[in-house]
Ligand binder design. Structure first.
Ligand code: ADP
Length: 413
């Protein structure tokens, strides 16, 4: 009997030992699984690294794999979104800044740094970056009131006119600052205002003359056989000046609005100079001037709208004739200059003061000397537009009392 009991005890001990060993093994595997799962959760390991030999945990492993896959998809779509947003903010021409509740810059895009002419502004204070008291006060008002605020200001150093919109971020207590550059719009507005006031000013003078002339005629000069034709002649001159101005204004507005599209062709520079000189020869002779074209054969053809470019030359010759006393000369020439041809119109006239040289191409600009004479001050402005539309450049060199030379370039065909 004893041996039976002994056998049973042996079997029991062996079974218990085996069970204990199994349990210990399972515990170790679970521990390993747990450690591997932690690494997967911390994204240092892929879910495929989870031990596959832990009985009963296959479903858990599969679920973890599915979850990891879903998370990877979500992360990559979030990342794509982030990259897109970063690209938009990077490329935007408007400035964007984010400040925290204590006014430290947490985000800034390149446009904002360019507009405020600052660099490395992350972590700096809003006051340091905006630097303009009106804009800083706008941000402060937004912080205090929790309401959106808007303000525009001119930054004298950058010669820029900026609009700031400050929006509160209720979650963080900070604010989002949007900056629009209104410099160009403001400049255009002022150009338009100047233009209207110039046009009305230029119209007033001939209209006042016409009014005075007709009144004088009505008050008796009409009956005076000597005075009447003189008055009529002056009326005609004023009407011609008004007509010319209307025509030039129309030309200018067509060119500026891009309506007067150019028709490019191969144009021979010498023939162009000859054609313009021919048109102006009679006028030059009447003014007692010698108009000559320097020999320019062999120049490459330029890419030009023949009619428009001839108009530029005629404008320049017309001015040369107008501002050169009798006995002087006007010389036309052209020469090759890189991939362009440089045309020139030189005169021996009154010249242009140095301080006026920059301004003569502006609309309505007339030097003091030219004020009393005819002319609208639009001719050079039209010429500049035409030359620039050809891809060229126009400028003048002059010495007062010693004549002027106007140059313009046109690319070769
Ligand atoms: P306008 O001749 O009708 O006044 P422009 O735009 O052609 O208008 O010229 C602008 C101004 O530039 C002129 O009023 C004159 O003061 C100056 N200017 C232009 N060409 C010459 C020149 N060849 N010599 C001297 N001054 C010139």
């Amino acid at each position: 009997m004893d041996w039976l009991l002994l056998l049973l005890a042996g079997i029991l001990a062996a079974t218990l030992g085996w069970l204990a060993w199994r349990h210990a093994l399972l515990r170790r595997r679970l521990k390993d699984y747990h450690a591997a799962l932690r690494l997967v959760a911390e994204e240092q390991r892929p879910p495929s690294d989870l031990p596959a030999d832990v009985p009963g945990l296959e479903d858990l492993t599969n679920t973890v794999k599915t979850l990891a896959l879903a998370q990877a998809v979500q992360t990559s779509s979030l990342e794509a979104e982030r990259v897109r947003l970063a690209a938009v903010l990077e490329q935007m021409t408007d400035g964007v800044l984010i400040a925290n509740s204590s006014g430290r810059i947490q985000f800034v895009n390149p446009a904002a740094e360019r507009l405020f002419n600052v660099s490395e502004s992350l972590g700096r204070s809003v006051v340091e970056v905006l630097r303009h008291h009106k804009l800083v006060e706008t941000w402060q008002r937004c912080q205090q009131s929790g309401q959106p605020q808007e303000e525009s200001a001119e930054l004298p150093h950058q010669r820029a006119f900026l609009q700031l919109v400050a929006l509160p971020d209720r979650q963080t207590g900070g604010s989002l600052l949007l900056v629009h550059d209104l410099t160009r719009i403001r400049r255009l507005e002022s150009v338009r205002r100047d233009f209207i006031s110039n046009v009305s000013h230029e119209l007033r003078t001939p209209l006042a003359s016409l009014k005075a002339l007709t009144e004088t005629l009505r008050d008796g000069a009409l009956e005076d056989p000597q005075a009447a034709p003189r008055f009529l002649e002056r009326i005609e001159t004023e009407v011609d000046a008004l007509t010319q101005m209307a025509q030039e204004l129309l030309d200018l507005s067509r060119i500026e609005s891009g309506q007067g599209t150019l028709e490019f062709d191969r144009v021979d520079p010498s023939r162009l100079l000859e054609a313009a000189a021919e048109r102006m020869r009679a006028q030059a002779e009447r003014a007692g001037l010698a108009l000559t074209v320097v020999e320019t054969a062999g120049l490459p053809e330029v890419r030009a709208d023949r009619g428009r470019l001839e108009q530029v030359l005629v404008n320049l010759i017309h001015n040369a004739v107008k501002f050169t006393p009798p006995g002087g000369s006007v010389i036309l020439s052209a020469s090759a200059e890189g991939r362009s041809v440089r045309f020139s119109v030189r005169d021996t006239g009154v010249g242009i003061a140095e301080e006026d040289l920059e301004r003569i191409f502006e609309r309505f600009f007339k030097s003091d000397r030219a004020r009393s004479g005819g002319g609208t001050g639009l001719g050079l402005s039209i010429s500049r537009h035409i030359v620039e539309a050809h891809g060229g450049r126009i400028w003048a060199e002059s010495q007062e009392g010693r004549g002027s030379t106007f140059f313009f370039t046109v690319p070769v065909f």
